[in-house]
Ligand binder design. Structure first.
Ligand code: ZN
Length: 141
């Protein structure tokens, strides 16, 4: 593994150290590695422009959050053109719920959907994966 020296403002470094403490990172290096990976992923997203995409969007939220579940239903309807499927799963012992959406559209469609899910409220954690439709391999038989 390479070692680098980075200069940065004291207030930014202080916030990084708070992340290490609050989110239980092994140290500053782990925070910088994760930030780098996220940045690379964001730039890679630019290569997805003008391509048809499939996205798997997952939202995790507290059990029996009626307002969140109502919002998930609204999103399914307002993005009906892009939503290919949607499912709800309750985590055992009422520890939470998972809403999964399969979205088909261009990068704008997917970004708008993800942003709307993220905007539900601060209780909702959102993750997504993207696959360009043109990357699907044709059968060799
Ligand atoms: Zn549930």
């Amino acid at each position: 593994m390479g070692i680098v020296s980075v200069s940065m403002p004291e207030d930014l470094l202080k916030k990084i150290d708070e992340l290490v403490e609050v989110h239980d990172y092994s140290g500053r290096s782990e925070v910088f590695r994760e930030a780098g990976r996220k940045l690379i992923r964001e730039f890679q997203d630019q290569s997805l422009e003008n391509r048809e995409l499939i996205a798997i969007v997952t939202a995790l939220f507290p059990y029996d959050s009626r307002a969140v579940e109502t919002k998930m239903t609204e999103l399914r309807h307002t993005h009906a053109d892009a939503v290919r499927s949607n499912s709800h799963s309750c985590i055992c012992d009422d520890r939470g719920c998972v809403e999964t959406f399969i979205i088909e559209g261009d990068l704008t469609d997917v970004s708008e959907f993800v942003r709307d899910v993220e905007a539900t409220n601060e209780d909702v954690q959102v993750e997504y994966s993207l696959f360009p439709v043109d990357s699907i391999q044709q059968p060799t038989l």
